[in-house]
Every structure is written in C-alpha cells, then in structure tokens.
Design a protein around this ligand. Structure first.
Ligand SMILES: [Zn+2]
Length: 278
C-alpha cells in the first residue's frame, strides 16, 4: 500500500467515524448518570440546576452540573431519566428509635411520662429482644428509604443488630447503644452496658456507613456514669418524680435546669475508639 493511500485511509477513519462513537470513546466511564431532573445541590451558593445531571461511580458522586455538559463528559452503564423530578441529597432523620416502629400506635395522647412509664417501658421489658430489634429496623429502613431518608441518628437497645440491619439496607446511621438507670432489654447492669458498648464501638470503627455511638438515654433516665460503678451516688428521687416535681416537660426542663458538666463520663480508654460522625 502506498504512503498516500495509507494517509488517505487514516484521515478517512479520523473524519468519518460517526460522532456518537467518537465522543463515546473520549467520555469518561461512570456507573450511573441521573439525568434531566431539577438537581438541588447543597453546595455553598445553594446551586439548583433546572436541567441537571448527577454522575456516580461506585459509592461516589463524581460530578453534579448541567445535563448537556455532563453528558458530553461522561458515559454510564446505567442511566436514570429524571425529567420532571427533583434530584436532591438524602434527608437526615435526626432522632429515631427505629425498632419502635413495631410499637407504633400502642398508646397515644398521654403525657410523655405516662407514655414511657405506664406503656413503653413495660412493653419493652416484655417484648424487646434481638429479633424484635432486627425486624423493627428493617421496617423503619424501608419506610425511611421510601421517604427519601438516607441517614438517621438512632438510640435503642441491641444497637449492634440495628447497625447490621441498617448497613444491609444500604443506609447510613449514627447509632447509639442506650445507657439507662434500670435493667434494659439487652444489658441488665451498668457493667454489662459498658462491656456491650465497648465491643460495639470497636466493631464498627472506620465503617463507611455505620457510626457507632454512646447514648445516655436522657437527663431524667440516666444519672452519672462512672466506670468504677458501685460507689456512684444515685439521685434519691425516682426519674418519674424528678419530672413531676417540676411539672415541666423534659424539653422545658432542659431549658431551665443546669445540667452538671461531665454528667455522663465515659471510660478514658474509649477516647481512642470514639470518632466524629461522618
Ligand atoms: Zn427519642
């Protein structure tokens, strides 16, 4: 083949390859593009792209921007057409006890104090075990995902089971094992609570979805915690009396009382295993 003919063929290939194939070859490969929706970012200027796109690779959002721009830069194995829809970051549920979805509707329209001490604590004592917690978490995960929630902050018992089910659902959680002043469904003493929590904290260290936490139940159900345990002075009034004496709701009470500093003290050795949430 002559040199001229070679050059002609080379130029032909260069100029006559169909445009989509050419751009396909130059576009970066991604796993997923969500395209065509109104993309609400939570960046500094709170940018909203009316005809936007989100590009995802593995577990990372690699680009967010105008659809036209991103479609020329990226090719993806999966495309979701989001025209007519909002594309926005997942919601965060800041206060949950997810297994309690199984207690929904148990008793409404009473004061928090009555609700807790007359209904919930007795019901928990009778019903809550690890399986209860797993099924309640699964139901709560399904409901939350359906509502656009991707992350939640939880406190309950058997929190390690909550963590396993949360991870299995692909959700993210700041999950706290409860410390409370009476025998709980999982741990019957402060010593057990400490041992369980330390194991729980160590198990989930560095997990990309689960942030294990320590969760003293509340200022009216958890008094001072010391690792030494037995010599800890206890308030003389019962938790219920502590609320009723003031006649105030817990939130109102938090506003006015001075919560002693370092009321809840964690063992020094936990310092290295407690990390900041995501
Ligand atoms: Zn709560």
């Amino acid at each position: 083949m002559s040199l001229h003919r070679c050059l002609f063929l080379a130029f032909s290939v260069f100029f006559f390859v169909p445009a989509p194939l050419w751009s396909q070859a130059t576009r970066q490969q991604a796993d997923l593009i969500v395209t065509g929706g109104t993309v609400v970012t939570m960046d500094g200027p709170r940018t909203i792209y009316d005809d936007g796109a989100v590009v995802v690779n593995a577990d990372t959002i690699v680009a967010v921007g105008p659809r036209r721009e991103l479609e020329t830069k990226y090719a993806a194995t999966q495309t979701i057409d989001a025209r007519g829809k909002l594309v926005l970051p997942g919601f965060i549920n800041g206060h949950t006890h997810v297994p309690m979805t199984l207690f929904r509707g148990l008793h409404d329209d009473v004061t928090l104090n009555d609700w807790l001490y007359k209904y919930i604590f007795p019901a928990e004592k009778k019903n809550v075990d690890e399986q209860f917690v797993r099924w309640g978490t699964r139901l709560a995960a399904a409901e939350q995902i359906r509502g656009g929630v991707t992350t939640f902050a939880d406190m309950y018992y058997f929190e390690d089971a909550v963590a396993e089910e949360t991870k299995a659902a692909g959700m993210r959680g700041v999950l706290g094992e409860t410390f409370i002043d009476f025998p709980a469904p999982d741990n019957k003493s402060e010593v057990e609570m400490l041992a369980y929590t330390e194991k729980f904290l160590r198990k989930w260290q560095g997990d990309p979805l689960i942030h294990a936490a320590v969760a003293p139940n509340s200022i009216y159900t958890k008094s001072l915690l010391l690792p030494a345990g037995p010599s800890v002075p206890r308030p003389t009034a019962t938790p219920a009396a502590r609320i009723s004496a003031t006649g105030a709701t817990p939130l109102r009470r938090i506003q006015f009382i001075r919560v002693p500093r370092r009321r809840f003290r964690m063992p020094r050795r936990w310092r290295g295993i407690i990390t900041r949430p995501f």
